[in-house]
Ligand binder design. Sequence first.
Ligand code: G1P
Length: 302
Amino acid sequence: MRSPRLTKAVIPVGGLGTRFLPATKAIPKEMLPVIDKPAIQYVVEESVTVGLTDILMVTGRNKRSLEDHFDRNLEIEETLARRGDEAQLLRVRESSDLVSLHYVRQGAAKGVGHAVLCAQPHVGNEPFAVLLGDDLIDPRDPLLDRMIAVQERCGGSVVALMEVDPRDIHLYGCAAVVPTDEADVVRITGLVEKPGPGEAPSTCAVIGRFVLHPGIFDVIRGTRPGRGGEIQLTDALDSLSRSRTAHAPVHGVLFSGRRYDTGDRADYLRTIVRLACERGDLGPDFRAWLAAFVSHDFHETR
Ligand code: G1P
């Protein structure tokens, strides 16, 4: 019998965000703004768009501002209502009207695999999605819908993959893959987290979207700390992809759309510039300024 469509999503947000210190000393990196919304709101919106409305955030010591963001702020709302500022009122309510969120604390930041394991009591025994908060997927290039369809058809787990420059593969989980009948779907035969020189089986990088079989929980429990001393989801998926249990197989969906890595400082800046250029309200002025800056001011001030 065909399983009912997935509704559960897990978003790990307990990382320390060391690349953005000191900005992330008191707030989680997922709360850093991408123009006028925190990065995490884009991820929650993506989840809701594909019907994943039962969202669990696996948080760390920094849960407070995340909870506040997705809750109502009556003081701000009343002030805006008094001023008759309907537009801003709608913007402020957007995040609290989206969906009701659940939270669990990870205790210590012991890696993405450990964060996923913390979700087991909430997820139970059904397939679920995992969205990493650093990776923004452009809503014009839907990915999760395709991954859910592949999981429903093939069972097992599905990982989002993207071709990257060979010089960058050491920054990602990397998959050994074999083709299937469908051009954008591959079978994963092994995975390596952040491969060292000569260790990468391909240039297929794991990006932050997964649809997982609940059998992953037992596998994570048996996974020893890997790269960086953390329990890596990549390592658990590697075991799964090599096993012949009912939890296998592991498939990859090859994504060729727009992805923004807000966990990297340079990419974070590129994301903001790119999205600002495309915005109807800010775009025209910003593009004109940027073009002038790049062609004139930038060269003058060097
Ligand atoms: C995590 C995963 C890695 C994946 C990456 C995608 O690494 O561990 O396998 O390729 O996300 O963004 P992080 O970027 O958190 O170090």
